[in-house]
Design a protein around this ligand. Structure first.
Ligand code: TRP
Length: 384
């Protein structure tokens, strides 16, 4: 049976479907992960000397073996970061969340990052897409990754179909150990599932072992990713040691909420999702339409106050666009007290997003010229 069956839980979280009001605590129990507790948060701060708002706010909230990564790091053993993106369309700002965090991790720990763009996955799982579509979106998405300012010396971005020669031997080792009944149970596949999809977890597992292959010794790998990706890596972890590698560790983030106040931000709902390619007027329009915690009328809101806890504008601020905790709290307090109405509150967010996007888009336009610094392909002699 598919995990988190909607009828039972009221929400669904799988790598291909995220719906409903997600109970993140329940996911920790269902998936069998550990919560990122205060002790661990303090440890990170001790080790690197600062913290990140996504940790403080429990946006990254769950993990597997992150304590082991820190133990090793403190003993002088470096780890590698690995994350990825399924290029089903343009990047939206929700996607940037874990990437911004991955960059912070790279800067703090000075480690290599492997970034997988799974054009194969999106081709296999989205019936109508062609390989040309998913490959060109992969290149578009790569521009966003580069624009975030990752260190070119330490960042290796690859598109699966351009890098399969490196990945395939590793995917085969995983594929040989995964059996259909496990994959079926974890993902809810049935007899109509195409066989490419059934093999796919092996491809997403391969980069977990790539650093060890490249270094010629066992390298611990830490994967910052949305909690929806955990099922893949649970399978990877089950086979890792039997094929001679270390189990990858994980740090899970909650999924960025959508502007309509339900579910997560999704590229298939363009009106309630902000893309990195959006113009200021698009952003303004989408934020104007956003679901808020406001009251029916201005006078009622002044009198009774709004509810920032259910407000998607406040959520956007909290998840991505305001790193200053005091500012976030201050706006929430003013909202509850009826001292700020939705119009000016939305304007603050629009200003933040548009400021961010105008800088991001400038860097994004130049990113194409920098592909050779970041993108690795099969059999490249100069693989960094
Ligand atoms: N399957 C992921 C997606 O659909 C893409 C991905 C590949 C990924 N490797 C990953 C995500 C590692 C996080 C970590 O977006």
């Amino acid at each position: 049976m598919q995990e988190n069956d909607r009828s039972e839980e009221g929400f669904t979280v799988t790598p291909w479907e995220v719906e409903g009001n997600i109970d993140y605590q329940k996911l920790i129990e269902d998936f069998g992960t550990d919560s990122l507790d205060d002790e661990l948060l303090e440890r990170i701060e001790e080790v690197v000397g600062e913290t990140h708002f996504m940790l403080r706010r429990s946006i990254f909230y769950s993990h597997r073996d992150f304590d082991w990564i820190l133990d090793n790091y403190e003993e002088g053993q470096k780890f590698a970061l690995y994350t990825g993106r399924g290029p089903s369309g343009h990047t939206h700002v929700g996607h940037l969340m874990p990437w911004i965090f991955a960059k912070w991790m790279q800067d703090q720990f000075g480690v290599d990052l492997y970034f997988q763009l799974t054009d194969d996955e999106k081709f296999l799982f989205n019936f109508d897409s062609t390989l040309d579509d998913t490959h060109s979106y992969a290149l578009e998405n790569a521009k966003d990754i580069i624009a975030l300012g990752f260190d070119p010396e330490k960042t290796h971005i690859f598109i699966d179909t351009d890098f399969i020669h490196e990945l395939y031997p590793l995917a085969l080792k995983v594929g040989k150990r995964l059996n259909f009944s496990n994959v079926k149970a974890v993902f809810g596949f049935d007899n109509s599932t195409n066989v490419g999809s059934i093999f796919y977890t092996a491809i997403q597992s391969a980069p977990c072992f790539l650093p060890s292959e490249l270094e010629g010794e066992k390298v611990p790998v830490l994967i910052p990713c949305g909690i929806d990706q955990d099922p893949h890596f649970r399978l990877t972890r089950d086979v890792a040691e039997t094929i001679g590698y270390l189990k990858p560790a994980l740090l899970h983030n909650k999924l960025a909420p959508s502007l309509d106040g339900t579910g997560k931000m999704s590229a298939s709902q363009p009106k309630t999702t902000i893309f990195t390619t959006d113009k200021p007027e698009d952003v303004d329009e989408k934020i104007n339409e956003a679901f808020t915690g406001g009251r029916i009328s201005a006078s009622e809101q002044r009198e009774k106050g709004g509810d920032p806890d259910i407000c998607s504008v406040q959520n956007y601020r909290y998840y991505i666009f305001e790193s200053d905790d005091e500012k976030v709290e201050d706006i929430a307090d003013r909202c509850r007290a009826g001292d700020i109405l939705c119009g000016p509150c939305k304007q603050l967010l629009k200003d933040n997003i548009n400021k961010f996007l105008s800088k991001h888009q400038r860097k994004r336009e130049k990113a194409e010229d920098r592909f050779n610094e970041f993108l690795v392909k099969d059999c490249e002699e100069n693989f960094k």
